[in-house]
Design a protein around this ligand. Structure first.
Ligand code: HEC
Ligand code: HEC
Length: 174
């Protein structure tokens, strides 16, 4: 802590630190990757039982709406929920959906993994990697992103999936 901060009365100090934190979390919210702090318990319980809890900011509102109104036919499986939970999660997803430009476009099949930005970020990953037994699917973010459950996709927190041939390492190296 620097000296200027220490000479201030405690309340002002708290205020300044608070503002700093607010600016920090805004920067994160803007990147659209973090899981919002008001994430309902039902989101982890119901939407992270088969896969990662995807950050709402990674899809536009229209895509989340289609997903939440078609849970009985959810990517080849039945993910139906009672209507109160659908309503709760649906409105939370709407409120936190991605709004910035690169997420505004509705990707094919409402898949994060089919978004142009996703394909760009992963362009160095070869198709065989997605299909490898320790990855299974591009939708299985946690196979490579160790912080996926917390909405952390920083490229400092990547792992190279076990059993994958070292020649695929290129994408992990920059
Ligand atoms: C019964 C299991 C199951 C449950 C419960 C479930 N899903 Fe899924 N979900 C799947 C499967 C299977 C896929 C396709 C994964 C793949 O292609 O590898 C999928 C894919 C997705 C995708 C697209 C991923 C991509 O490719 O970008 C989104 C978004 C998604 N689910 C959101 C949700 C939400 C929101 C909920 C909670 C309301 C939910 N899921 C609950 C099984 C489930
Ligand atoms: C097979 C491993 C693998 C899977 C599965 C995977 N990623 Fe990645 N991802 C990577 C690698 C490697 C990079 C870094 C690429 C680079 O820097 O060239 C990356 C980069 C990213 C970035 C950019 C990070 C940054 O700091 O610029 C985001 C965001 C991201 N991934 C999101 C996801 C999401 C969301 C999923 C699941 C829907 C996912 N990834 C699935 C390997 C993976």
């Amino acid at each position: 802590m620097n000296n200027t901060l220490n000479t201030l009365r405690p309340r002002s100090r708290v205020l300044i630190l608070g503002l700093g934190l607010a600016a920090l979390s805004l920067a994160h919210a803007d990147s659209g990757r973090m899981l919002p702090r008001d994430m309902p318990a039902a989101y982890t319980a119901e939407c992270a039982s088969c896969h990662t809890a995807y950050p709402p900011g990674m899809l536009p509102a229209r895509s989340w709406q289609r997903i939440m109104t078609g849970l009985d036919k959810h990517y080849g499986t039945d993910a139906s929920l009672d209507s109160a939970t659908v309503k709760q999660l649906g409105s939370w997803l709407q409120a936190n959906a991605g709004t910035y430009k690169r997420v505004a476009e509705e990707p094919p099949q409402d898949r994060i993994t089919r978004s142009a930005w996703f394909e760009r970020k992963h362009r160095e990953i070869e198709p065989a990697v997605w299909r490898h037994a320790s990855v299974k699917s591009a939708a299985n973010c946690a196979a490579c992103h160790t912080g996926a459950d917390k909405g952390d996709y920083d490229d400092d927190n990547l792992r190279f999936p076990a059993g994958l041939d070292a020649r695929y390492r290129r994408a992990w190296n920059d």
